[in-house]
Ligand binder design. Structure first.
Ligand SMILES: *Cc1c(COP(=O)(O)O)cnc(C)c1O
Length: 460
């Protein structure tokens, strides 16, 4: 009769060649852990009579290997984004330029001048690294880089408006996404929120009368993820700034998306640019590094030297400071703009600037490639007109014309699931039970893997 005594011991298992191979791949402690885990599991199942025979050593080792693979499998995986959403928050927002990646790689591999002044041989400041580039690009007097734009807003308000009044229009008390609500962040900073106007209408006089009492700031927030339409009114930024300055109050503009270029060039709406805020006379502007700028995750704060100095000195600045890889990647990204090569080098700008003809050509090439071979007898493959979106908390409701590969499959949901299970996973979308893939957001070097994945799924 089979008894648990027939089960090999951990020691016996370790003697095998297969175990030596697992130790070489996964390390001894983890391999030991997983052998014990698998043996325990077998014992439990045997005792509770879920199994009547004990597995052989090879089979136990095979289970051990699967267990080790499951334990060490990465969860943060690269994917192919065929959704046509250029800045997809769930898919990691902005892919970086080669220049940014090189800069991050070099600075991460070794030591650097992060906080070291080569001239004097003494301690330097990490805050200088992107600052001069931002000064040149925007005309700002000074800059600070932090972790992301959410922490930028929190830091600005904490440093400049703790326990003081901050005026904001009710039309700008927005939620950015992921639970980031402007009124909540303002409260968190200790600022006293002074709401003016109505949801749809605010007048200059609303700001002016609120600013008659001592006020730390007027806060202006870009509605980056929705549109206000219909019976609406809002003064222009430069008029708000003028009224604020007359009352001796500085203005902070949370731009969110942070474009340094005119998005209207690409056939979509004009997104307020950083330069425009500066020209309007805003005292402090903040924006994301990984939205329309197309750099690494960062919060960029620029503005008047005196205010930026206060922000730099606040204790929170230390808590939300950017790391060396971010500073290197961001500087390299900013340099693309300074050298007027963003359209060629910054992936998201490149994607926006693709012409319809280029996108159509790629979709047609995909269709032609899939059309070859027997796989497609059951699926209708066509190229159709459609829309790409910018997304990622910018340009709400805006889209750019594109061409899509359309697959008329039996079950679009099942097909999407199979695409997600592909290695690398492919993210597409569906419409009217068709699976749609947008070449705009697929890198040319990913096309081979995309087509192999599609062919395999179509065949199965
Ligand atoms: C996106 C956004 C933020 C948050 O920026 P993160 O970089 O995602 O932290 C803040 N304010 C506005 C207006 C935004 O659009």
């Amino acid at each position: 009769m089979t008894t648990l005594r027939n089960l090999p011991s951990v020691e016996q298992m370790l003697q095998t060649e297969a175990a030596a191979y697992l130790i070489a791949r996964f390390g001894r402690p983890l391999t030991l852990d997983s052998i014990r885990f698998v043996l325990d599991d077998i014992r439990t199942r045997f005792q509770s009579k879920l199994i009547t025979d004990l597995p052989r050593t090879e089979s136990i080792l095979a289970q051990t290997e699967s267990q080790l693979t499951a334990w060490t499998k990465p969860t943060l995986l690269p994917i192919i984004n065929a959704s046509g959403v250029i800045l997809h928050t769930n898919l990691g927002r902005a892919p970086l330029s080669d220049g940014a990646i090189r800069a991050m790689d070099i600075v991460s591999r070794g030591y650097s001048t992060l906080e070291f002044d080569l001239e004097s041989g003494k301690r330097g400041s990490r805050l200088i690294h992107a600052e001069s580039l931002l000064q040149k690009l925007t005309g700002a007097e000074a800059a600070v880089i932090v972790n992301n734009n959410a922490s930028a807003v929190l830091l600005i308000l904490s440093a400049l408006a703790n326990r003081k009044r901050v005026i904001i229009s009710r039309s700008q008390l927005v939620e950015i996404g992921g639970g980031f609500r402007v009124p909540d962040v303002m409260k968190q900073s200790g600022a006293k929120l002074v709401e003016v106007g109505a949801t749809n209408k605010v007048r200059l006089s609303d700001y002016q009368s609120a600013a008659e009492e001592p006020t730390a700031l007027i806060m202006h927030v870009h509605r980056s993820n929705f549109k206000l339409v219909g019976f609406t009114e809002e003064p222009e930024l430069k008029d708000i700034v003028e009224a604020a300055h007359t009352a001796g109050v500085p203005v902070v503009d949370d731009l969110g998306s942070g474009a340094l270029y005119d998005t209207a060039k690409y056939g979509i709406a004009h997104e307020p640019t950083v330069q425009e805020s500066m020209q309007a006379g805003v005292d402090v502007v903040c924006f994301s590094g990984d939205k329309l700028l197309g750099g690494p995750q960062a919060g960029i704060i620029i503005g008047k030297a005196e205010l930026i100095a206060k922000i730099k000195k606040h204790p929170l600045a230390r808590a939300v400071r950017a790391d060396k890889a971010c500073l290197a990647g961001l500087s390299a990204t900013l340099l693309h703009y300074l050298k007027d090569e963003a359209e060629r080098e910054v992936p998201i700008v490149k994607m926006m600037s693709l012409t319809l003809k280029q996108v159509k050509g790629r979709a047609e090439a995909w269709a032609a490639e899939l059309g070859q071979g027997p796989a497609l007898s059951k699926v209708e493959v066509t190229v159709v007109e459609g829309e790409s979106t910018v997304g990622g908390g910018s340009l709400p409701g805006e889209s750019m014309p594109t061409f899509l590969l359309s697959l008329q499959v039996k079950s679009a949901e099942k097909f999407l699931r199979a695409l997600r299970k592909n290695n690398p996973p492919i993210i597409a979308r569906t419409e009217n039970d068709k699976v749609l893939l947008d070449p705009r957001t697929v890198f040319p070097e990913q096309e081979g893997a995309l087509l192999v994945g599609l062919k395999n799924i179509l065949k199965s």
